[in-house]
Write a protein that binds this ligand. Structure first.
Ligand code: DX5
Ligand code: ZN
Length: 218
């Protein structure tokens, strides 16, 4: 398998066909399936909660990568872990107790992810390196698919990879990934690329081949 993993975001899938969409993107070569949970409070958009994640889980053979854009987050960690997340990611900006949040995720024996917004520096991540399996660098302000990649984040990814050193921590990039932006973040040290609009454009559950073409183009 290739070194860079592609994690299509079902935010750009047909919301009435999540099961079939997950099966289609895995059949077309997706490495992970990225699931965006939004609360209309931490981010200005709403998606779905743990019950939908549990339903989706049955249609994913590989890794279900759940990105929580919700605040507060602590009251919902158990529910999303029980819904079958393999990676559960919370935002540094979502509350005052991110260390506790990461502990709660790890207590379920699953991978703990830490997401940081474009406006957040990597300084606070220093204290959390022993608590995380994945750091998600947002390259758009979270809330919507199809936004423009924020190029200033590339040097942040580079500095973060240096800070991580030889620790086994994934760097995931989320937002605005295209065949043009993917090489920039891969060269900077990212190893998991989330892509929503870039993967789902031009395809559908009845015409899934474009998903595969889009994945291979990234
Ligand atoms: C944005 C979400 C992303 C989104 C990315 O808040 O976290 O996962 O789906 O969409 P694209 O790839 O279209 O920028
Ligand atoms: Zn996401």
């Amino acid at each position: 398998s290739r070194a860079i993993k592609i994690a299509p975001s079902i935010l750009s899938a047909d919301f009435a066909n999540f099961g079939a969409e997950c099966e289609a993107i895995e059949a077309q070569g997706a490495d992970w399936v990225h699931v965006d949970v939004m609360d209309g409070h931490f981010v200005p958009n709403l998606t779905f909660g743990p019950a939908t994640c549990a339903a989706i889980r049955k249609h994913i053979k590989g890794v279900m990568d759940v990105h929580l854009m919700i605040a507060p987050v602590d009251p919902y960690i158990d529910a999303f872990a029980q819904a079958g997340a393999d990676v559960l990611t919370a935002h540094l900006e979502a509350g005052p107790h991110i260390h506790r949040t990461l502990q709660a995720i790890r207590a379920h024996g699953i991978k703990a992810g830490l997401a940081i917004n474009p406006g957040t520096g990597i300084e606070s991540v220093t204290e959390l390196l022993d608590m995380v399996d994945l750091i998600c660098v947002m390259t758009v302000n979270p809330g919507f698919g199809g936004q423009k990649f924020i190029t200033s984040q590339v040097s942040k990814v580079q500095r973060l990879r240096q800070m991580i050193g030889d620790r086994p921590i994934h760097i995931e990039i989320d937002g605005g990934i295209t065949p043009e932006t993917a090489p920039l973040v891969a060269a900077a040290g990212a190893d998991v690329l989330v892509a929503g609009s870039g993967v789902f454009k031009g395809g559908s559950v009845t015409n899934p081949a474009p998903y595969g073409e889009n994945i291979r183009a990234i």
